[in-house]
Design a protein around this ligand. Structure first.
Ligand SMILES: *Cc1c(COP(=O)(O)O)cnc(C)c1O
Length: 390
């Protein structure tokens, strides 16, 4: 073997296998505590509505400063429940970005309302407030639908432009549900996600920054009066005694095992967030001149669920990285308005910024257990890939 190959091998072995998201390293750290928690559920046997649910809701309130939290079955349930509670229905227009996970649109359509896709800002990849205003005006002028709600998305963890969007909603007599499925742990001007809009939905899907070992989500609110209706809707619309249905609901509950896991993960969340911030800062410093990493609104701090950047020659760059052992992913190659299920709602003329970003974006490994050697290896290879790809 020649010297160059030896050097490459030595470097590779100090770097080891790079995971895109490393749930195994996290589990090794807290395995015993999670086992204790799961055993407690096995012992009390209240698999649904066990004491872990209220304990988690209290812990979420303590962590975020929200007025109340309602644990639910998924991030999707956390979006649907507040829409149903406000009576969102056929004839209502709900404004969402097209550059998001499909759940944002599914939540709207499952209520019977119509999604209206809004353009994104080219720097933060979150809802463009000026385009939102234009599209609300268009819907009003057309007169077919009633502008009812806005769902901004904290894409990849960065808070959307809530100051602008909340004031548009207030002026238009609409309400805002923040889709913070990726946003937990983010802040805007020092205010935690959970308090940036009147209502916030988040997801604890295993791959999110705070993830369960199955499906789970939560709704955070500034108004404790919301809780009664939400708790009812997540339990088939039943009354407080769960005797009869007083409204339409569904099975939107979180189970006790997921709450048990989340309690232990929440306990280490802030240490993990600090580690994510270190990785993101290193990436930003290395990539800001050679690529276009996601930017953040003034005063916004991302929860760094994912780290994405735009390059003009994405296929060549991701192929190069893959060959070097750096896993990548694409969120999202296809914006919602181009998917078969939602294309009936595509705006005439498409969405230029959204489509341009979707063609160029990719995500790098982002998790708290990346070693400095791995981060350096990833950065070196992104630099080499972008330069080689020209
Ligand atoms: C993950 C996600 C959801 C849905 O969360 P689930 O827990 O999978 O139902 C909704 N919106 C966005 C932006 C997401 O990333």
């Amino acid at each position: 073997m020649n010297g160059v190959a030896n050097l490459a091998l030595a470097r590779q072995s100090s770097v080891g296998q790079i995971a895109f998201i490393d749930l195994k390293a996290q589990q090794r750290l807290i395995r015993e505590r999670i086992e204790e928690r799961l055993k407690a559920v096995l012992d009390h046997g209240r698999y649904i509505a066990g004491p872990e649910i209220e304990e988690l809701e209290a812990a979420l309130v303590a962590r975020t400063g929200a007025k109340a939290a309602v644990a639910c079955a998924s991030g999707t349930a956390a979006l649907i429940i507040p829409l149903l509670a406000r009576g969102v229905d056929t004839g209502d227009a709900v404004f969402i970005p097209s550059f998001t996970y499909n759940a944002t649109a599914n939540a709207v359509l499952l209520t019977g309302a119509t999604p209206v896709f809004v353009e994104i800002d080219p720097v933060t990849f979150t809802m463009d407030a000026e385009d939102l205003e234009r599209r609300i005006a268009e819907v009003r002028a057309e007169g077919r639908l009633r502008p009812r709600a806005i769902i901004p998305v904290d894409l990849f963890g960065t808070p959307a432009n809530y100051p602008a969007i909340n004031s548009i909603a207030a002026r238009e007599g609409m309400f805002v549900v923040a889709d913070a499925a990726q946003g937990f742990g983010g802040r805007l001007n020092g205010v935690e996600v959970g308090n940036l809009a009147p209502i916030t939905a988040t997801s604890f899907f295993p791959g999110k920054a705070l993830g369960a070992y199955g499906d789970a989500g939560a709704i955070l609110t500034q108004n404790p009066d919301d809780v009664e209706a939400w708790a009812s809707i997540r339990w088939h619309g039943t009354d407080a005694a769960r005797k009869e249905s007083v409204r339409v609901g569904f099975n939107g509950r979180m189970d006790s095992f997921q709450a048990a896991v989340l309690l232990e993960k929440l306990a280490i969340f802030d240490d993990e967030l600090a580690a994510r911030k270190r990785v993101a800062a290193e990436y930003d410093a290395r990539f800001s001149r050679i690529a276009r990493p996601q930017g953040h609104h003034d005063g916004a701090e991302s929860g760094h669920g994912y780290y994405s950047l735009c390059v003009d020659n994405r296929d060549a760059v991701t192929a190069y990285l893959g060959a070097q052992g750096v896993p990548t992913a694409i969120y999202y190659a296809t914006p919602l308005h181009k998917m078969p299920a939602f294309e009936a709602y595509a705006p005439k003329g498409g969405l230029d910024v959204t489509e341009r970003v979707a063609d160029r974006i990719f995500a790098l490994p982002m998790h708290p257990y990346l070693t400095p050697a791995q981060v350096a290896f990833i950065c070196d290879n992104v630099e080499a890939a972008v330069t080689a790809a020209g």
